[in-house]
Design a protein around this ligand. Structure first.
Ligand SMILES: O=C(O)CCC(=O)C(=O)O
Ligand SMILES: [Fe+2]
Length: 306
């Protein structure tokens, strides 16, 4: 295993995003970012995915369906390259830029969706992520959008440049809707909601989405196996969703930077790990905050970057 991060020509992951990108994300609830992976890096990631797929298949994994569809949670520890994705230089600025410094990955999944030969039975897949986050913090005002709480980056590894290849469908702007009308009968095929967009993208692109964005998976009726890597980030005061077993004596963990260790939820036992004392919070030791501060990237005008 190599510990060297893929080469992004001097990009550090601390280059602030543009105001145009921030606005687009805030307005639409998602953002398509082109060419975030070099072809060499994408290739290596695909090879690592193929290896993990073969391992899961050989092990008769419960994450794999009979038809060969793999939805593997907590995959980041499965390869050195996946560990580097935590701070992927072309994407990490969106994570801290849109969510701030108090984050970690609570949820990450590797998805392989082989072509389906038969028409899939009717199902209604439209949802917001976060499960009880859509109920527990509810106010009595249905027009007041709930907080974002988390966002996810979806790395496109296979070619999704045409529709019908199992891409994610979204409704732009729907992150501010607390509900979405459900068809009366979900046992029959229903049309997608008005405004639906299927996110077509090239290998090496990615999209970032607000967990409140109404979205759905879609069937892969093409002859190309769909391959995706999803990395979700949330706040350190929220619990993780997936088991991500880490061998703390192993090479993978030894290769993680302080910021990456924060992003792996180091010290999950308390949200205040790294410091709080009787006269106030000592946030200065939180690795990502420290990194941003050192680089002059904290910003009093943005609450999550204070
Ligand atoms: O696989 C997809 O296209 C959608 C997955 C999904 O719902 C999610 O990542 O939250
Ligand atoms: Fe989802």
């Amino acid at each position: 295993m190599t510990s060297a991060a893929p080469d992004y020509g001097g990009l550090t992951g601390y280059e602030p995003i543009s105001e145009a990108d921030r606005k687009e994300f805030l307005d639409n609830g998602f953002l398509l970012v082109r060419n975030v992976l070099t072809e060499d890096h994408r290739n290596q990631l695909e090879a690592a995915m193929d290896r993990v797929y073969a391992e899961e298949k050989a092990a008769g994994s419960s994450s794999m369906k009979k038809d060969g569809t793999l939805h593997l949670l907590g995959f980041l520890t499965r390869d050195e390259l996946f560990g580097h994705l935590l701070t992927q230089p072309t994407i990490f600025p969106y994570m801290w830029g849109l969510a701030g410094w108090n984050i970690f990955t609570h949820h990450n999944h590797l998805d392989v969706t082989p072509p389906t030969s038969e028409e899939e039975p009717p199902s209604w897949g439209w949802h917001q992520d976060g499960y009880r986050q859509n109920s527990d913090p509810e106010t009595m005002d249905p027009n007041l959008p709930r907080p974002m709480f988390s966002l996810k980056v979806a790395y496109v590894i296979s070619d999704l440049s045409e529709t019908g290849r199992g891409a994610t469908k979204v409704i732009p702007g729907s992150h501010l809707w607390n509900s979405l009308a459900r068809p009366a009968d979900t046992t029959v095929h229903n049309p997608d909601p008005e405004g639906t967009v299927e996110i077509t993208a090239n290998p090496g692109d990615c999209f970032i989405f607000d967990r409140r964005l109404w979205h759905s998976r879609s069937p892969n009726y093409s002859n190309i196996t769909r391959k995706m890597l999803f990395v979700g980030y949330t706040y350190r005061w929220i619990r993780q969703l997936d088991d991500m077993p880490i061998d703390f004596d192993g090479e993978w963990w030894a290769n993680r930077t302080p910021v990456q260790r924060q992003l792996c939820a180091e010290a999950t036992h308390t949200a205040n790990y790294w410091g709080i004392n009787w006269n106030g919070y000592i946030d200065e030791e939180i690795p990502l905050r420290k990194e941003l501060k050192t680089r002059g990237l904290l910003d009093r005008s943005v609450p999550w970057l204070r």
